[in-house]
Design a protein around this ligand. Sequence first.
Ligand code: ADP
Length: 317
Amino acid sequence: MCGVCAARDGGDMITTERLTKTYGPVTAVDDVSFAVEPGRVVGFLGPNGAGKSTAMRMMTGLTPPTSGRALIAGRPYAELTNPGRLVGVMLDASAQHPGRTGLETLRLVAIHLGVPRSRVEEMLELVGLTADEASRRVRGYSLGMRQRLGLAAAFMGDPQVLILDEPANGLDPQGIHWMRGLLRDFAERGGTVLLSSHLLHEIEAIADELIVIGRGRIIAEGSLDDLLAPTTTFVRSLDDRTLAAALVETGAEVTTTPAGLSVTADAETVGRLALAHGIVLLRLSHGERAGLEELFLTLTTDQDRAGPVARPTGAAA
Ligand code: ADP
């Protein structure tokens, strides 16, 4: 499995290069390029219809790109020698066979991957499904249980990479917290995780980095801290005029309001500058985390693809 060795030497584990998919007049994924390094949990965030699933289907060899390419450990998925042992995939938790029990589902995965049968019990324990739950038919599972089962299947081959489409869907806040721990541990051991969500708060709770997609295109990417950092600080002092002038000198934009100053700098910078000028502060607070939340809100309201998607049968490839 030396596709992995190259990546263990420091290469990117998931790469897309100008990845594009069109369905007739619809460009589902539009010129998307990014790289995910080992040790990272990266959130792929975008409203419904943004192109996340289509991109993930191309990464995992289920849909051929119209142009561009997606690589896992430097190779297209279809060229990996033992893909199930390198990449754990969960694309549609509701697609599991409803008539099988959880246990049967996982045993089939184990056989398919050629891993020892004992691994099934280990995976059930990993995802917190009890023996009683595992003996029930999947048709009676809640969405959260299906997600856990899907994760157990994705982890079965002891992969290096996880590609998970909306894995937190159907989980309660405790479940989301649990998933964060699970994925973090995996990443800390050198694993690479790409998980999608249409909910900012889910991604915020789980990922360290973000790729934001809207209408098939990447519109923002970076660390969560950077993308969610407050963009403004609100300050009121005994000498707003002097403080405003000092702030403008540092390159910050300052808006004067009757209640004080709104500044495009972080609170620490503003506080230190006031200290340096001997100005007494009456109030200093973070402004809104305007950037990403506003951007995301605009995307969500503005995107007219949020409704149920009609897919012509047989058009998936
Ligand atoms: P997301 O996963 O972000 O919700 P999708 O990748 O499912 O978004 O969909 C992106 C766009 O591509 C949507 O406009 C959707 O209608 C379209 N699309 C996805 N799959 C198909 C398909 N098999 N045939 C036609 N259009 C599709």
